[in-house]
Design a protein. Structure first.
Length: 141
């Protein structure tokens, strides 16, 4: 039986570019691991909060920029999502890899170019240069 997006995940997709929404929706259907959408469109205020984490506020650094593809672009949509695979363990990278495989398979089926935060240079070698944003997927430029 395929996995399905829950109500909170669907709510987090509101305002995200329709192409990326279609990829997420198809990926959950074919994924071998369940996942949820933890963030879609972000406000500049939210980005500043995340940027402060690990700098002026407690916690691990989670973003390296005050700019984000989570912001609404000129077309009126956010171009990024953050996904978290079950069993919801940030340290276990295997479920992130399985989820990414489903995202890229779905993107290929739908003809959508995608970039993953664990492979910014899109060379197919995740985390080889220290890329660590495994939850992040965005429409490729």
């Amino acid at each position: 039986m395929p996995y399905v997006l829950g109500a909170k995940s669907r709510a987090n997709l509101v305002g995200v570019h329709p192409d990326l929404v279609r990829v997420v929706e198809r990926a959950i259907e074919i994924s071998t691991v369940d996942f949820k959408v933890i963030e879609g469109v972000r406000t500049p205020e939210r980005q500043r909060e995340l940027y402060a984490q690990g700098r002026t506020k407690p916690g691990k650094v989670v973003t390296w920029t005050l700019k984000s593809n989570h912001f609404k672009a000129a077309d009126g949509f956010g171009h990024a999502v953050d996904l978290l695979p079950a069993p919801y363990d940030w340290k276990d990278l295997a479920p992130f890899n399985l989820m990414a495989a489903a995202m890229f398979e779905a993107a290929g089926e739908l003809g959508v170019a995608l970039r993953w935060g664990a492979d910014w240079d899109r060379d197919g070698k995740p985390r080889e240069k220290g890329e660590s944003d495994s939850p992040h997927f965005e429409l490729a430029p």
